[in-house]
Ligand binder design. Sequence first.
Ligand code: HEM
Length: 343
Amino acid sequence: MQTIVVLENINPAKRELLRKLSATQLFSPQRIEATRDLRVNKVKELVSFMSESSEREEAVDISRASFITALNIISNILFSVDLGNYDPKKFNGFQDTVISVMEAVGDPDVANYFPFMRFLDLQGNGKKMKAGCERLFKDLFTAGTDTSSSTLEWAMTELLGSPKTMAKAQMEIDRVIGQNGTVQESDISKLPYLQAVVKETFRVHPPAPLLVPRKAEADAEILGFKVPKDTQVLVNVWAIGRDPSVWANPTRFEPERFLGKEIDVKGRDYELTPFGGGRRICPGLPLAVKTVSLMLASLLYSFDWKIPNGIVSKDLDMDETFGLTLHKTNPLHAIPVKKRAIN
Ligand code: HEM
């Protein structure tokens, strides 16, 4: 399931296209607003899946389940179809996904069904353009799914490792939603502690720890360091997130540090830039923050969580595999225990 964001390998023209497509056609504020119910429904399906596992007292692979949800949200925004399936027998990962997408793209009338495809000017472009599109969509799915599922997995890992923090987040959600509700996106703004948990997860476990590599366009000098033209520059947001000169107790997971503070992940506060910043800032940011917050709030509202195999919270492993993307080395498995009837 773990895939790597290899956006640095895309040529600049394609990257620009991917960016433009994301920002103007797919994740513009209007489009994000128009697809709100879709996200709520896809997260309801995640909760139903967890509910079935709960009845069987079965541990769930949190990263995999949230990956399917994130994938279906993006595939529905793009093509109004589910490309992921919670049943592993019916879903083999990106290969199947991209093939299904390409079958849709191969249809000459596709732009009638998916108006944004006109933007790509597909008509009559033949095999080469089709291959380009295949790569383009694959990159979009890759950039948006793995990053979101990794964030959710780390948030749940940290909360399972700190039962008090989990209880505090659950109490806040219960207070806002009441006993028999469903979490809506509009509730998230009323959940400052949940938002702080998400920010704290981004601080300690940024899914793209070195952002996307940059290259100096000209000789430069930064803080006395000479950076010659064409040097590859990596921004280590993982290290910034754990810098003791910036953060008190940097290795502790303490969402409280964000309460009452303006600091956000939108690229303006340089101590917390999990989505990058400036011209290259992640165009999927608004979608990602909404998706991750809604998934997390819904899982905490509907279920209590147990770690399988008698492992206690303090012994939960936090091993990270560090590369262009950051992953939990051993996938988190957790058992959902239903707290209330699922609507
Ligand atoms: C928690 C979720 C996510 C995180 C942490 C994340 C993070 C990032 C980062 C760090 C970059 C590079 C920015 C830079 O170097 O300044 C990036 C680029 C990108 N992201 Fe995201 N992302 C997430 C979700 C998404 C989603 C949901 C989508 C769309 C479906 C998406 C699409 C893209 C694209 C297309 C780029 C390339 C932009 C470019 O090269 O200019 N991302 N993302």
